[in-house]
Write a protein that binds this ligand. Structure first.
Ligand code: MG
Length: 258
């Protein structure tokens, strides 16, 4: 099942997208908190503006260096335990929204990632129990100001600027995590072509690990790390993250205007 959040000019609403990614059947309420019921209204993806499928109420948890080849390209080894950081929900934008490149950075990079959306409250759960708390998955771009990541030490600013966390195009509830392909293109040129099979810590371990630090709430998002091939973006370029079983998320990058 694919759950989209979208607008036709009025308040955001939710709908179920068909397998072809073309038609939308509207549902009533927010699927995170209410049972899914169709309203009978239908539209098409072309006729609406897709929004970020979820705006986290409490947090986005990022995981650093969860693919060995990416850890190596960053000049180190992957940490033994998942490396967590937090991104503010004000960084979230949706499909097609511009990523605004702040004047404080000269080196802004894309990171294509699988994002996990938590569906129910949990704390101190095991990897086995983690399977029951997931609502679904979407594509994410963990945009990073590489120079500030290095100079700050902390990653809050480098990964937390407004617009630095594009999510979309919708939440797919069923993904085969043993073989999902995460592909990133920069102006159409393939830069990352990885598979979730290469994660060091799998999705269930990451949820369990995070839950031993934080209470996870419905709508919380976990970014599961990026495969190798990250690179810098110039203003005017477009980055597309595609996960074969989900869909694609494409965003233009623009220079901040004072
Ligand atoms: Mg990342």
């Amino acid at each position: 099942m694919r759950i989209a959040r979208y607008t036709t000019g009025d308040d955001p609403t939710y709908g179920l997208v068909d397998g072809a990614g073309e038609k939308i059947a509207q549902i009533s309420g927010d699927p995170l908190y209410t049972k899914i019921e169709l309203t009978g209204e239908t539209t098409t993806v072309d006729e609406v503006r897709l929004l970020a499928p979820v705006i986290p109420r409490s947090k986005i948890i990022g995981i650093g260096k969860n693919y060995a080849a990416h850890a190596a390209e960053m000049g180190g080894e992957a940490p033994a335990e998942p490396l967590m950081f937090l991104i503010p929900n004000t960084a979230v934008v949706g499909p097609g929204d511009p990523v605004v490149m702040p004047p404080q950075s000269e080196r802004i990079s894309f990171e294509g990632e699988l994002a996990v959306i938590i569906g129910s409250v949990c704390k101190d759960i095991s990897p086995e129990e983690a399977r029951k708390v997931v609502l679904g998955y979407t594509c994410a771009n963990d945009v990073t100001a590489r120079d500030l990541q290095k100079s700050d030490g902390q990653w809050a600013r480098a990964k937390g600027f407004d617009t630095f966390c594009p999510l979309g195009p919708w939440i797919e509830t069923e993904v085969d995590l043993d073989r999902a392909v995460v592909k990133t293109t920069l102006d159409g040129e393939v830069k990352q072509d990885g598979t979730t099979a290469d994660m060091i810590h799998d999705v269930w371990s990451l949820i369990s690990y995070a839950s031993h630090a934080f209470t996870l709430l419905p709508g919380d998002v976990i970014l599961t790390g990026t495969p190798e091939g990250v690179g810098l973006v110039d203003p005017g370029q477009r980055v597309t993250i595609e996960i074969d079983q989900i869909g694609s998320l494409s965003n233009p990058f623009v220079r901040h205007s004072a």
